[in-house]
Write a protein that binds this ligand. Structure first.
Ligand SMILES: C[S@@+](CC[C@H](N)C(=O)[O-])C[C@H]1O[C@@H](n2cnc3c(N)ncnc32)[C@H](O)[C@@H]1O
Length: 243
């Protein structure tokens, strides 16, 4: 690991909004390169998994540069989406993209923390989060918030990177995550933050354990779909009906 240059921004907590402020300018490019362009198809699967009704209201947590919010807007042409993220710089890039696509009327981006949402109970038809739950310090709390703001019968979709748990390609995908991503990430962005990416994927709970976290937070798991040889997981659930 090289020492930060004098121009480097101050160090920031792993996964926090300020860490993402530091890499915001390169984030989209790095996403495309490091995932070999597959990340957009994962977001499409996530948007579709919400199974939105006409005129739906959707919450995209850890929205970052708004790629998932934009994807939902394309998949559900009359949906209105609120994107929430603690990184002002990620949101600034997201807002430019929303304006460029003429979706300013349907997508609103605002500062916020998934652990403490300002929205009323049962106020969304769908709630989603892509590559974000890994960064939230108190995951059970954020999951409970997701369950709280989703209306009964609405869907919750969580997309997250994973350590491949088996299969012939597991060694190859592990090499990609552990070696290619941090090396190429640091090289292309000049930031050590991409080491955090690899560490945080390795530390994320295995699928069965994450499903138990969902259940504990009041989310009924409906589907767990491994994507692209298990590099990514899509969890779909619904808020558990009060008994
Ligand atoms: C890897 S990016 C994902 C961005 C976007 N969802 C996407 O699909 O590209 C992770 C995002 O999580 C955000 N984040 C970090 N802590 C958070 C928190 N407590 N609540 C909500 N978002 C958070 C970061 O600011 C960052 O924008």
């Amino acid at each position: 690991m090289t020492a930060p240059s004098r121009e480097s921004p101050p160090p920031s907590a792993d996964g926090s909004g300020s860490m993402f402020d530091n890499i915001a300018a390169r984030y989209d490019l790095l996403n495309r390169v490091l995932s070999l362009g597959i990340d957009q198809s994962w977001r499409r699967a996530t948007a579709r998994a919400l199974a939105l009704p006409a005129g739906a209201r959707v919450l995209d947590l850890a929205t970052g540069t708004a790629d998932l919010a934009l994807r939902v807007a394309r998949e559900a042409p009359d949906a209105r989406i609120v994107g929430v993220d603690p990184s002002e710089r990620m949101l600034a890039i997201g807002r430019q993209k929303v304006e460029r696509e003429g979706l300013g009327e349907r997508i609103e981006l605002e500062l916020g923390d998934a652990q403490s949402l300002r929205f009323a109970d049962q106020s969304f038809d769908g709630v989603c989060i892509a590559f974000g739950i890994r960064n939230v310090p108190d995951r059970p709390r954020a999951l409970r918030e997701m369950a709280r703001v989703t209306r009964p019968g609405g869907r919750i979709a969580i997309l997250e990177l994973a350590e491949p748990e088996g299969g012939l390609l597991a060694p190859l995908t592990r090499f990609h995550v552990h070696t290619v991503v941090p090396t190429l990430g640091a090289w292309l962005s000049g930031a050590q933050e991409y080491r955090y990416l690899q560490r945080s994927i390795a530390k994320f709970p295995p699928r069965a354990e994450f499903v138990r976290l969902l259940e504990g937070a009041g989310i009924e798991p409906l589907e767990m779909r491994p994507l692209t040889f298990g590099v990514c997981s899509l969890y779909v659930g619904a808020p558990r009906a009060a008994s």
